[in-house]
Design a protein. Structure first.
Length: 348
C-alpha cells in the first residue's frame, strides 16, 4: 500500500512497521520511516504494554517530526492503541482498515476483537475492504456517524508473473494455502476430495500453519494429497504460487481473501465458496469458480476446474487494478482530511 501511495502524484508515503516485521529482514525490504520496537513473546507484549506511556511519548515525538497529514492503520495489532494515542497527541487524524468485523472460529488471540473494537472507537474514520465488512460494521454500531470509506483488495503480486498454469506439463496442481483454521473449511475440502476420488490428472497440496485437526488427518490419508503444517515465510510465496495451477478456498466464512488476491495476480484459477465477501471480491473474475459451501459444492467446483483448467488463464496486469484502487483511496483520504480540518475549524 505504501508503494502504491508513493506512485500517486502529489502523495508522499510514510511507512511504519514493527521492527520485527519479516519483510524488513528480507532481500527486498521496503523503506521504513517509523520502525517500532514491539515484541516476540507474550511476556514481551506484557512488558511493552506496561511501558506504553513511554512508548506513546516517544512515538508522539517521532510522528511530529515526520508531520503526516493523515494516518492509516492497514492491519490492526495489539499495540495500536499506543499508536492511536500518539497520533491523537500529534494532531494527526487516523483511520483503521477493518479486515474482519467478526472473529472467525479459531482465529486470533484472546481479546483480539476487544482490542480492535477499542481501536475503532479511537479512530476518526474506518475503511472496509468489502461491502460485507461495511455492512457488519454498520450493524454492530461501530461507525457512529464517522466516515466509512469503502475500498477493495485488488490482485496482489508477490514477485514477477510466474509461468502459465500447466506449463509444467504434468497433472493439475491444486493448492490450499493459508492458516489451517476451522473457518477455512478444510473438512469441506476433505469431503470434496472424497467425492472427486483419486484421479490421475490431479494432485493436491495443503500448506500453512494451524492446529492439527481431524480434517488434516483425513487429508493426509488421501492419495496424491500432501499436507505441510508449517509457517510459510513471505519469501516463499512466489514459488508456492508458481508451483500451483489453481487454488481452492473452501471457506465456511470469509470477509475477503488475500490468498485469492495473490492467486488472481499470478493468473491462477480459484475455486472459492460463495460466502461472506468472497463472492463480491471475485465477481466478474474470469479465473474464479464460485461454489456452495458444502463438500458437494466444492467437489463440483473442482470438477468444473478440471474441465476448464487447460484454457488460457488471461487476466489484467495486476498492477493496473492495484494502482486504480490506491488512487481512489488516496482521493477519499484527501476528502477525509479536508473534512477533518473543517470540523476542527468549526469546533475551535
Amino acid at each position: 500500500m505504501a508503494q502504491g501511495f508513493a506512485g500517486v502524484p502529489g502523495t508522499e508515503a510514510i511507512l511504519s512497521l514493527s521492527a520485527n516485521a519479516e519483510i524488513l529482514h528480507g532481500p527486498d525490504a521496503p523503506r521504513c520511516d517509523l520502525p517500532v520496537a514491539t515484541y516476540r513473546t507474550a511476556a514481551g507484549f506484557a512488558a511493552r504494554a506496561l511501558a506504553s506511556p513511554l512508548l506513546v511519548r516517544g512515538l508522539t515525538r517521532r510522528i511530529r517530526a515526520l508531520a503526516p497529514d493523515v494516518a492509516l492503520c492497514a492491519m490492526p495489532g495489539p499495540l495500536d492503541l499506543a499508536m492511536a494515542a500518539a497520533l491523537r497527541r500529534a494532531g494527526v487524524p487516523f483511520l483503521v482498515v477493518v479486515h474482519d468485523a467478526d472473529a472467525h472460529p479459531g482465529d486470533g488471540l484472546p481479546g483480539q476483537m476487544a482490542l480492535q473494537r477499542a481501536l475503532l472507537r479511537q479512530a476518526d474514520g474506518l475503511v472496509a475492504l468489502s461491502a460485507h465488512v461495511a455492512a457488519r460494521l454498520e450493524v454492530q454500531g461501530a461507525v457512529r456517524g464517522r466516515p466509512l470509506l469503502r475500498t477493495a483488495l485488488p490482485p496482489l503480486a508477490f514477485g514477477p508473473l510466474p509461468p502459465p498454469a500447466l506449463a509444467h506439463g504434468g497433472r493439475l496442481r491444486l493448492l490450499s494455502f493459508g492458516r489451517l483454521l476451522p473457518y477455512k473449511g478444510l473438512d469441506l475440502l476433505a469431503g470434496a476430495l472424497q467425492i472427486v476420488g483419486p484421479r490421475a490428472d490431479l494432485e493436491v497440496r495443503i500448506t500453512g500453519s494451524g492446529p492439527e485437526s481431524p480434517a488434516l488427518a483425513s487429508l493426509r490419508r488421501m492419495p496424491d494429497v500432501a499436507v505441510e503444517n508449517r509457517w510459510v515465510p513471505e519469501a516463499e510465496l512466489a514459488a508456492l504460487l508458481a508451483w500451483s495451477d489453481a487454488l481452492v478456498l473452501s471457506h465456511r466464512e470469509a470477509s475477503q481473501s488475500g490468498v485469492a488476491a495473490a492467486a488472481i495476480a499470478a493468473r491462477r484459477w480459484v475455486v472459492a465458496t460463495r460466502v461472506g465477501g468472497l463472492a463480491e471480491q471475485l465477481a466478474g473474475e474470469p479465473l474464479a469458480i464460485l461454489c456452495e459451501p458444502t463438500a458437494a459444492g466444492v467437489a463440483r467446483g473442482v470438477q468444473r476446474l478440471l474441465a476448464v483448467a487447460g484454457e488460457p488463464a488471461e487476466g489484467l496486469d495486476p498492477g493496473v487494478p492495484w494502482q486504480e484502487t490506491v488512487a481512489r483511496l488516496v482521493s477519499d483520504l484527501r476528502r477525509f482530511r479536508q473534512s477533518f480540518v473543517r470540523r476542527g475549524a468549526l469546533s475551535s
